[in-house]
Design a protein around this ligand. Structure first.
Ligand code: ATP
Ligand code: MG
Length: 257
């Protein structure tokens, strides 16, 4: 079964956009994922149009002993979401020194038996390696790393690869990794150069599918819509549908086993 962290320490590279639209591509294929918004910025929660109180967000899980199962919202668009709350920005200060905090999410997923063949779990991570992102990575075997097609994002991806390798040593296991090029603009020389560099550095771990720069993708997010609902005939819908197909096809997202 698939538990997937969408993570990059670099901000604004398309983690939330990808979590949301990859989930929408799954739903289009009758797969109904569980999304966890592990970012105190609450972008995914906002996109999903969910209003949260402290106790009914992930804060309730981390600070008030609530079960994850009790926090899952079933949304009209077919997603299941555990929402975030801005107060989660204090979680490192509040819980950072607690023993076994790194495994809290993994243990809850296991003990509440949330890992089912029918429901892939997707973590939309924040752009920081703190308690929440560590929780996501410890709970995941797979990391999808969106990398915007610009030079600084390439450098960020190289740094992140070192971070993940360090974590692999600590956890004594490997992550399956995929790097997803986002905001790709074939008319920009810099975009093409960054793609070449990423493929030269990470080889087969770079997704063949790229997500193109797209005004309608950004507009869809403004309207709180996924690309399949907003403009299904657009490039972005094709990109995210292809991404889902590729990840399932190469075994990165093993659905239904
Ligand atoms: N392919 C794209 N084309 C155009 N705009 C995009 C694309 N992908 C993302 N964006 C825009 O870039 C901005 C950042 O995207 P997003 O919020 O998904 O990044 P993020 O990595 O989740 O950011 P953060 O690190 O703050 O969580 C958003 O305004 C989004 O609309
Ligand atoms: Mg985000």
């Amino acid at each position: 079964m698939s538990i997937l962290a969408v993570f990059n320490q670099k901000g604004g590279v398309g983690k939330t956009t990808t979590s949301f639209n990859l989930a929408a591509a799954m739903r289009k294929d009758q797969v109904h994922p569980l999304l966890l918004d592990l970012d105190p910025q609450c972008h995914l929660t906002m996109l999903a149009g969910v209003q949260t109180q402290l106790g009914t967000s992930l804060y309730g899980f981390y600070k008030e002993g609530r079960q994850l199962t009790d926090l899952i919202r079933q949304l009209p668009n077919g997603f299941n979401l555990v929402p975030s709350h801005i107060e989660l920005c204090k979680i490192d200060m509040l819980l950072g020194r607690e023993p076994r905090i790194a495994t809290k999410l993994r243990q809850a997923i296991q003990s509440e038996m949330l890992e089912t063949p029918e429901m892939p779990i997707v973590f939309d991570c924040c752009p920081m390696l703190g308690v929440l992102s560590i929780n996501a990575l410890v709970a995941s075997e797979r990391v999808l790393v969106p990398v915007a097609a610009d030079y600084l994002s390439y450098q960020g991806a190289v740094q992140l690869a070192h971070t993940l390798t360090g974590l692999e040593h600590a956890l004594k296991r490997k992550f399956q990794r995929r790097y997803l090029i986002t905001r790709f603009d074939p008319s920009r020389k810099s975009s093409l150069e960054v793609v070449d560099k990423l493929r030269a550095t990470f080889g087969e771990d770079v997704c063949k599918t790229v997500i193109h720069e797209s005004a309608s993708l950004a507009e869809a997010l403004l309207m709180g819509k996924d690309v399949f609902h907003y403009e299904p005939a657009q490039q972005s819908a094709e990109d995210y549908a292809k991404l889902f197909e590729e990840l399932v096809g190469d075994g990165f997202l093993p659905l239904g086993d």
